[in-house]
Design a protein around this ligand. Structure first.
Ligand SMILES: [Zn+2]
Length: 263
């Protein structure tokens, strides 16, 4: 079912636990804050359907959302992922409401939520919101480009390592709840192929896999075994979310007078 009802859990207490929101200068975040609400994102919920309209925009505090391409056969492959480092539906800030891919919750968590129309109105008031949305969209295009190259050129084991690392980044070093069927959908391969690749990583002592949970046992080994794409995407993201000099000055002034809250 599309757009399953998500449970609202109240006002946003720590908007800066999302890095997109944290990258905004305080005055610009204040434009958004009154309209942000927290929602629980349950695994498998579709936030935006391919070809549908973007009605809501999400800023995850934790968990992970995959952007996937959907074929007529129903087959899917992940083209990008968004965790607490990003925003789902950034184009709405620029007035574009068309969702070209499906956004589906892969790891459950919570997110700040805002109606798309409200974000558009805020972006018209705030250059910083608009500029960051443009930069984030550019990053998303770069991430998708990297995924295209990765899927075409890199071995499945390396891609699986990359996928586990980026997912591990979103769970603060904890266990990664994954089924092999879900992994197969994300990587665009058969489930049996994922099983074989996961066994290779487990035999090498990099992961432990049991009952839908993956434990990262040797992260340095995974980082060595993955392809260049993992580091490239991380570097691009850091560049995207780097505060502008104006923001740094404002934050410094803010730190002199008040706490910035949890970032
Ligand atoms: Zn790659």
């Amino acid at each position: 079912m599309l757009y399953r009802v998500q449970r609202a859990v109240g006002a946003v207490e720590h908007p800066r636990s999302n890095r997109f929101l944290a990258a905004l200068p305080p005055d610009d975040l204040a434009v958004l804050s009154p309209h942000l609400r927290t929602v629980l994102l349950e695994r498998g919920v579709i936030l935006h359907e391919a070809g549908g309209d973007i009605e809501q925009v999400y800023f995850p505090h934790d968990g992970l959302v995959s952007l996937v391409a959907v074929m007529r056969s129903g087959a899917t492959v992940e083209t990008a992922s968004v965790g607490r480092n990003g925003i789902i539906g950034a184009t709405a800030a620029l007035g574009s409401r068309c969702a070209f891919g499906r956004a589906v919750v892969q790891l459950p968590g919570t997110a700040a939520w805002i109606p798309a129309a409200q974000l558009y109105a805020a972006a018209k008031e705030s250059n910083a919101i608009r500029d960051l949305a443009v930069r984030y969209n550019d990053f998303l295009i770069a991430q998708i480009q990297q995924s295209v190259a990765c899927n075409a050129l890199h071995a499945l084991e390396a891609r699986l390592c990359r996928w586990l690392l980026q997912t591990h980044d979103c769970v603060d070093g904890g266990m990664v709840p994954l089924t092999q069927e879900f992994l197969a959908q994300m990587l665009g391969v058969r489930r049996t192929t994922v099983t074989i690749a996961a066994r290779v990583l487990q035999s090498a002592g990099m992961i432990r896999y049991r009952r839908g949970l993956v434990q990262i046992v040797d992260r340095p080994a995974l980082e060595k075994a993955t392809c260049e794409c993992y580091a490239t995407v991380r570097q691009n993201l850091d560049k995207t979310l780097r505060p502008s000099p104006v923001h740094v000055t404002r934050c410094y002034r803010g730190l002199q007078g008040e706490s910035l809250g949890a970032i």
